[in-house]
Design a binder for this molecule. Sequence first.
Ligand SMILES: Cc1cc2nc3c(=O)[nH]c(=O)nc-3n(C[C@H](O)[C@H](O)[C@H](O)COP(=O)(O)OP(=O)(O)OC[C@H]3O[C@@H](n4cnc5c(N)ncnc54)[C@H](O)[C@@H]3O)c2cc1C
Length: 494
Amino acid sequence: MNSSKSQKTCAIIGAGIAGIAAAIRMAAKGYKVDVFDKNDTPGGKLSSFNLGSYRFDFGPSLFTLPHLVEELFLLCNKKPEQYFSYTKVEPGHLYFFEDGTRIEASSDINSFAQQIENHTRDKSNVVINYLKKQEEKFNITKEVFLQHSLHDYKNYLSLHFLKALCGLHKIEALTTMHEVNQKTFCDSRTIRIFDRYATYNGSNPYQAPATLTMIPHIEFGFGVYFPKGGMYSITQSLLQLAMDMGVRFHYSTLVESILLHRNTATGIQCDNTKLCYDKIFCNADVHYAYQKLLPQKIGEKYIKQERSSSALVFYWGIKKIHSQLALHNILFSEHYEQEFHVLFKEKKIHQDPTIYINIASKYAPEDAPQGCETWFVMINAPHQQGQNWDAVVAETRQNVIRKINRMLQTDIEKYIEAERILTPAELERKTLSAQGSIYGSSSNSVFSAFLRHPNRSPHYKNLFFCGGSVHPGGGIPLCLLSAKIATELATRND
Ligand SMILES: Cc1cc2nc3c(=O)[nH]c(=O)nc-3n(C[C@H](O)[C@H](O)[C@H](O)COP(=O)(O)OP(=O)(O)OC[C@H]3O[C@@H](n4cnc5c(N)ncnc54)[C@H](O)[C@@H]3O)c2cc1C
C-alpha cells in the first residue's frame, strides 16, 4: 500500500456512503485507493441486517435526489441502470394527528395543498405560495451552501456567491423555522408538518434558522424515491462500482491514527502498522477524529459545538399487513414544542413523542415473510449524555405502543414477532459517531453552516474530510456532495 512513483495513492478512513463515493471519485481521477473500516461490512449508517426472516435497513429510509447517486456511475462511464434502479414513492408521506386527521402528502404540490385545505384551516394557495418561496430559497442557496466549499475563499468571488448575496434577505437566516411557519399558517397541524423538516438534519425547528424551510422543496420539487431492493442497495451498488474501479476495501480494520509530519498528513496507522499515502480522506465523524486520530487541541472548536439529535429505533417484524399505512408514516405529538425542548435542553425523550413508522416492505415485499411487514419505528432521541438507556427504552416502548394503538386502532404488540432496538449508545458503538449524534453538529444556529468542519483540513496538507459531520451536512445527498467537494479540493492541483 506504499506510495509508488507511477500511481498516486489515497487512503479513506470509513466505508460510509461518503467514504465510498470519495473512493469512486479518487479512483476515477487515477488514484490507487484503499478504504478502511472497523466494521466487517460496508455502509456505516447505510447498512442492513437480518432479523429472523425479516431484512431491515439499519438507518436511512428516505431517499431523495437520486441523480447524485447516478452521477457517480456516469463519472466512471458506466450505465447507472446496470447497477442501481429506483421508483417514485407516492404518496411521499402520511401524516396522522391525535384528533383523527390523516393527511396524504403527495409530491404533487397541488394535490398536497388541496389535502391541507380539506383537513386543516389553511388554504391551498397559502401552501403553494410557501412552497414556491422555498424553491426560490433553495435556488439561491444551493450553490453556496450545498455544492461548493464554504471555506474556500476563492468561491466568495464567484458569480453564484454574488447572486446568493443579492438574495440574502430572502433566505430568512435571522428568524427560526417555527417563526416563519407560524406566521405563514394558522393551523397547528400544518405548522407541525413543516416544522418537522428541521429533524432532517437533527435540529430543533424552534431554534434552527428559517433558511432550512427550503428542505421540503427537495421532496416536493424533486420527489421521494425508493431504491429497488431497499436503501442498502445504494451502498451495495456504489460498493460494486468502487470495486470495478479497482478500489480495495479493508474491513475489520480500525484506523488508530492519522500520521503527520510537520504540517502534512502522510498516512495512517492500523494494527500498529504505518501506511503511507499521498492523500488521506477522513469519513469518520470529525468530532471522534479529533479525539482519536488527530491532536485533540486543534479540533477543540469543533468538539465544543452542539451535537445534533440521535434516534431511538424499534425494528419490528410485524405479522400483519396494515393497509391504512404507507411507506413513510408520521404520528405527530400533541406537545410538539415541549418535545423539542425536552430533547435538546433536558436530553430526554418526551412521553408523547412524534413517531415515524417506515414500512420498507410496502415497496420491497421480499424483505418480510408473506402477510408480514418490516416496521422501522423511529423516535427523535437526544445524543448520549449519560442516560440510562435501558430505562429510557422500557418507558418509551410503552409510550410508543400506546400511541400507535390509540392512533391506528390496533394492538401492535400482539403482532411483533421479531425485535431489535437501536439506542444512541449502540449507534455510537457501530459507527463511532461521537455521542451517537446522527448528523455531527446541530444546525440550531444561524452560523451553523459556517462553523461546520470544512472538507479540507485547515491544519494539514493532503488531509480531507467527507461525511455527515462535515460540510455541507448529514443525510445521503449531502454526504455524496461532501465527497464531491472534498475530491475536487484534493485533486485541484494534480
Ligand atoms: C436512524 C437513522 C436514520 C436516518 N435517516 C436518514 C434518511 O431517512 N435519509 C437520509 O438521507 N439520511 C438519513 N440518515 C443519515 C445518514 O444515514 C447519514 O448521514 C449517512 O449515512 C452518513 O454517512 P457517512 O458517509 O457520514 O458515514 P457513516 O455512515 O457515519 O460511516 C462512517 C464509517 O466510518 C467507520 N469508521 C469510523 N472511524 C473509523 C476508524 N477509526 N477506523 C475505521 N473505520 C472507521 C465506521 O465504522 C463507519 O462505517 C439516518 C441515519 C440514522 C442513524
